[in-house]
Design a binder for this molecule. Structure first.
Ligand code: PLP
Length: 394
């Protein structure tokens, strides 16, 4: 008998929705022509790409010619950051980011630092919020780009992107936001936000992996990173991943149409889990902002236990969760995000990220809470630190 799988790791990735897969399938087996070819199965692919571009543009309030398809959210972030750095290097070499960005932003910044760029990392408060006034203070005459994520992948905190964009606009500095975790979970309107560059990734909203897009506001200059053919209006070479592009657009369209119901459902599941955990388990802390957070994100730290042990024991009960972002798991270092919000190393090590999704149920959440209570109790009873703590209490 196949073991039941209860998936609470939607920030790591999501399954592909059947409607999305259905939209993609013909482009693998029937409509497989190259979009640059003139015959009919080429032209149908060109049309599919341009229709997808229009759909994506509509979903985020952009114009179709401001949307560029990429091979991932990571690629979109790299393009925005390195592309802006290269295009504006004659103006200056200073870039501002935050201390809680995803590696897809931090690593390109570190790369640029090695090339002689100067990077300022804005700290966040205990809830993981960036203060727009700190960005204002950090901007210098040689600042060329500010890149701050819309919503955090580990703690779910949503940043005041509109206010930060206004600060950047005031100084005439480009503003990029990594909206990979935000897209499909909260509304995105690039014009209302006032951003210049925005990255999204398909596999976070029930689309295929290896798909992404970068919004480049009309008139914004950034260099290309991938050179070759004339695809993506000469700005991103490589034969287009048509099934991926079609799936990406379909998934974003479905997510956008369903945003309110999705938000409400995930919010309710999150709150149910939060209440259950706090009711049944002592010595627990919520990480991230209480209200300004993604609806499906719950990040908690349990004192006296290791996150990895919790994950393994949850897995034995069929529950899939995360102790940090999927991309950095495998490393035993505590999360830079949890350290940046001021958690001591021990607490950062005892953290658990649960990210709820559309197929989750209240019954699954109740099962999770019961399992967690049992697991944390078991782990604490094996913990010398907890033993010392209890002795100290007596
Ligand atoms: N940015 C954030 C905030 C993410 O959470 C992720 C993936 O987890 C990425 C960027 C990278 O996106 P992709 O997996 O499409 O490369």
């Amino acid at each position: 008998m196949q073991k039941r799988v209860i998936y609470f790791d939607h920030a790591a990735t999501t399954y592909v929705k059947p409607e999305v897969l259905d939209a993609m399938l013909p482009y693998f087996t029937q409509e497989y022509g190259n979009a640059s070819s003139v015959y009919s199965i080429g032209r149908s692919n060109r049309k599919a790409i341009e229709d997808a571009r229009e759909t994506v543009a509509k979903c985020i309030g952009a114009m179709p010619n401001e949307i560029y398809f990429t091979g991932s959210g990571t690629e979109a972030d790299n393009w925005a950051i390195k592309g802006a750095a290269l295009a504006h290097r004659n103006k200056g070499k200073h870039i501002i980011t935050s201390s809680i960005e995803h590696p897809a932003v931090l690593a390109p910044c570190e790369f640029l630092q090695k090339q002689g760029y100067d990077i300022t990392y804005i700290p966040v408060d205990q809830d993981g919020l960036v203060n727009p006034a700190d960005v204002d203070k950090a901007i210098r005459p040689d600042t060329i780009l500010v890149t701050i994520m819309m919503a955090n992948n580990e703690i779910g905190t949503i940043q005041p992107i509109k206010e930060i964009a206004q600060v950047c606009k005031k100084h005439g500095v480009l503003f990029h936001t990594d909206a990979v975790q935000a897209a499909g979970n909260i509304p995105i309107d690039v014009k209302d936000l006032g951003v210049d560059l925005l990255s999204v990734s398909g596999h976070k909203f029930y689309g295929p992996k290896g798909t992404g897009a970068l919004y480049i506001r009309k008139g914004v200059k950034i260099e290309s990173l991938i050179h070759g053919g004339h695809q993506e209006r000469n700005r991103r070479a490589g034969t287009e991943n048509v099934p991926g592009i079609v799936g990406f657009a379909k998934a974003l369209e479905l997510a956008t149409q369903n945003l309110d119901a999705h938000y409400e459902k995930l919010y309710k599941l999150r709150e149910r889990a939060l209440e259950g955990i706090f009711e049944k388990i002592p010595h627990v802390r919520l990480n991230g902002h209480r209200e300004k957070r993604l609806p499906g994100n719950l990040n908690v730290s349990f004192s006296f236990v290791e996150g990895e042990s919790i994950l393994l024991m949850l897995d034995m009960k069929g529950i899939k969760a995360s102790s940090g972002s999927a991309c950095t798991s495998g490393s035993l270092d505590p999360s830079h995000i949890l350290l940046a919000i001021g958690l001591p190393h021990e607490l950062a090590h005892g953290s658990l990220r649960l990210t709820f999704g559309e197929s989750n149920t209240e019954e699954e959440v109740d099962y999770l809470v019961d399992c967690l209570a049992e697991i944390i109790d078991k782990l604490r009873r094996m913990s010398p630190l907890y033993e010392d703590f209890i002795k100290g209490e007596c």
